[in-house]
Design a protein around this ligand. Sequence first.
Ligand code: ARG
Length: 410
Amino acid sequence: MIVPIKRDKVVLAYSGGLDTSVAIRWLKERYNLDVIALNVDVGNERDFSAVRQKALDIGAVKALVEDAKELLVKYFIFPALQADALYEGQYPLATALSRPLMAKLLVDTALKEGASAVAHGCTGKGNDQVRFEVSISALAPSLKIIAPAREWGMTREETINYAQRYGIPVPVTAASPYSIDENLWGRSIECGVLEDPWVEPPADVFVWTKSPDKAPDEPGYVEIGFEQGIPITIDGQEMDGVSLIQRLNQLAGEHGVGRIDHLENRLVGIKSREIYEAPAATVLLQAHQALEAMTLAKAQLRFKQKVAVEYADLIYNGLWFSQLNRDLSAYILSSQRYVTGTVRIKLLKGHSTVVGRKSPKSLYNYGLATYDKGDQFDQSASPGFIHIWGLPARTQAQAQGISSLEEKVV
Ligand code: ARG
């Protein structure tokens, strides 16, 4: 009787692109592993049955597709929105947010399928290898991690040759000079002419956003309703998170809103030029902050801005599965108690502007703010306030003098 030799299994995060397609074959050759391809749907428009079939054709023993859009929105995107997380003040963190979720699904699949290893298609130069591997090792320290594209040392051309040699279909996108990653929260474009930071991104870089100069001349208006920092309505209509983000991507993209050109500091020490399209993220982050400006006290806002920077760094740097995340999340969630209300946004030729906000928990007090009749602010109390507020400045000026205007100019 011939006893079939049971081979070890590896679960590969499979995108259907060139690198991960070649990786299916390469993992078999190099490590003698059976490959289970796991394709995670995070909102990148794609024919997933074709992607599945492709993995099987190349030689995967199993090909799984997991719809993770709801998980991405509920556990990653909305918490990042509540935090106002924007890396270096520019990048809404789409890719960075999807990696820990993919890592979690890889680990779950590996445990379920009895695989001894997991693999991802990242190179050795980027942030994503760090995010995958830190997350995987925190969740399942015993799993072996393989990074074929970091190990095989092939140039892009050599990878294409490898694919052709083994009859692996080279996707049309491999002909594109760009490296692209996308999910509901945004689209990222790197490489090609973009590597020259002086070169304006050519039109073919953009897919989700109209060029601002070709966008409609008439402004579009959208009203976003939030409850405790979570967007739940568009123009009064309740929507689930996934549909709401998709709708805003389309609406704001139509007006050319959400293009970002960022010279970014990678975790691995490289400065890289990144182009992003993030229409929904841009509008939602703006609207959310506008509502916080109305419902949080000055001191809360000041402190929360610092937390936002920390939280964005944590996400960017691959530390999602950490106790620090738990701690910061507890604060962020608590801060959102009264962040409920509606924000009105105007979309016009690449710009989104907050033009209105209202909240049942608003701290804006008309009686205190108005210059018209009905003014309730006691102006006679101001001299006393100024007297005490200015006390240290006066005292110091008398003791130490004040610098001349010229002194501060070099
Ligand atoms: N620079 C971004 C990040 O580190 C995006 C990377 C996405 N990859 C790509 N091939 N465009 O999160």
